[in-house]
Design a protein around this ligand. Structure first.
Ligand code: CDP
Ligand code: CDP
Length: 222
């Protein structure tokens, strides 16, 4: 059995998964998998190739010629830097549209599991604890109220100098949450043995500390 430790962090959009997961990985010296980026890349690559986000067969076929690399804070698709290009609102929507297809999810499975390398992995997404790493040592379901998450996303955009509308962000976020939770393939849900971490009232630091403590106590039983 694989004894390479995994901390799986799932949750809805803008709950803080990426920020918190990267910090936990940094503290522990673990690798980090941003699984949402993989679905975003699939949506972007399809757009570039004129493939419809609904066309499951073409999407699965496309996966075989995607060369995806994460290096020093940049994301590369077939040699081109696409770090910023996958963060647009259009690609956020596209990612959640391509992510409904079970065959595409299967095609992306081994790519994600390949990130499990020594000394360990922190992985964030929607189905890390349920599907991709069901034997993860530590499972966290990170959440916060929709209003707080919309505010966080709003601030994030403003800091990047991107003009945004809070009401529209809240609407988009709720539409995407609904699509992610209601799809039949790997829906967003709290795994039975995952710990719930509600961060509406928690700072990033407090969330990081809570996860580090969970992971320490889970490791005592290894
Ligand atoms: O990856 P995910 O979409 O879940 O969220 P994120 O991009 O990591 O976090 C969204 C925003 O919320 C970031 O600007 C974080 O700095 C912020 N955040 C926060 O203010 N308080 C927290 N406890 C967690 C995240
Ligand atoms: O940052 P945010 O939480 O808004 O999104 P993300 O984590 O980058 O994921 C983008 C989209 O990819 C989500 O809305 C999901 O539909 C999909 N996704 C998924 O289906 N499974 C994952 N493990 C990660 C993301």
């Amino acid at each position: 059995p694989s004894v390479i430790p995994v901390i799986a962090i799932d949750g809805p959009s803008a709950s803080g998964k990426g920020t918190v997961a990267q910090r936990v990985a940094h503290v522990l010296g673990y690798h980090y998998l941003d699984s949402g980026a993989i679905y975003r890349i699939a949506a972007l690559a399809a757009l570039q190739r004129g493939i419809n986000w609904q066309d499951e067969t073409a999407l699965v076929h496309m996966v075989h010629d995607l060369d995806i690399r994460f290096s020093q804070g940049e994301i590369y698709l077939n040699g081109a830097i696409i770090t910023e290009a996958i963060r647009t609102e259009e690609i956020s929507r596209g990612a959640s549209e391509v992510a409904v297809h079970p065959a595409l999810r299967r095609a992306l499975l081994s790519l994600q599991q390949g990130f499990r390398q020594l000394p360990g992995l922190v992985a964030d997404g929607r189905d890390m604890a349920t599907v991709v790493f069901p034997d993860a040592q530590t499972k966290i379901f990170l959440t916060a109220s929709a209003e707080i998450r919309a505010e966080r996303r709003y601030k994030q955009l403003m800091e990047k100098g991107i003009h945004a509308n809070l009401a529209e962000i809240l609407q988009d976020l709720q539409a995407r949450d609904a699509r992610d939770s209601q799809r039949s393939a790997a829906p967003l849900l709290q795994s039975a043995n995952a710990r719930l971490l509600e961060t509406s009232q928690l700072s990033i630091d407090q969330a990081v500390q809570a996860i580090l403590e969970y992971s320490r106590s889970d490791n005592q039983f290894l």
